[in-house]
Ligand binder design. Sequence first.
Ligand code: NAD
Length: 256
Amino acid sequence: MGELMQGKTALVMGVANRWSLAYAIARSLAREGARLILTYQSERQRAATEELATAFAGGEAAACDVSRDDDLDRFFAGLRERGVALDAVVHSIAFANREDLEHPFYETSRAGFLLAQDVSAYSLVAVARRAAELMPRGGSILTLTYLGATRVVPNYNVMGVAKAALEASVRYLAAELGARGIRVNALSAGPVKTASARAIKDFSKILDEVAQRAPLRRVTDPGEVGDAALFLASDLGRGVTGDILFVDSGCHVMGF
Ligand code: NAD
């Protein structure tokens, strides 16, 4: 075990199962000694996430639905009452209606657009505001984004627009929280087969294309996302804020 996160507490939000990118990130942080608090969205995910959390030394799991202010307040008040101080926060959460990822973008409903923005972008702001109160030593807030924020990726649609808002939110949060020693960054991961990714139509085709066209000629391994998160969450990344770091086998540099 390394020591990059020794004595540090990391909150990792968005662990649904062992394929979640949040879980890959938790593994990298735990390997370097972090004490982990994992969150899951709903009762349905409780057993799986608790099992994953207890495999980490001192790990714990709790529910937090980021679309509900009362649930966010309850969860963060619970941490505060226990005197928990956070050093790193990972926001690995997104949601859009499946039909909005299957139909043309111009058919997106108002409700579907707002839902994707709420869960996938606004929730970072809602989390950062509450988490910052528990970061008296400063620290690192990290979210997960995708190339579809700035380029048109077939079928990514409403989620691409939500990721654009998320990336802009990273810059505004970084500018405001920097004075408190809190850094805010995003990791732009290449496509990885997870539960959320399966909702995107023809996702396997995207994976095949990445394997052929990316500079590294292979798809992204979740462990690579975990280790890049470790860099940003630990003191190794102490000079980096407001940034989008690509962990995508270099895919983002390619033209047609
Ligand atoms: P995942 O399905 O394992 O994780 C998504 C998580 O969001 C789940 O744990 C889900 O429960 C949670 N979530 C959804 N709505 C929520 C709510 N209201 N409250 C709390 N949690 C909620 O899939 P993943 O691919 O690991 O996704 C994690 C992040 O990585 C997302 O932001 C996703 O957009 C991003 N990302 C994924 C890929 C990929 O190819 N898998 C690529 C780039 C970025």
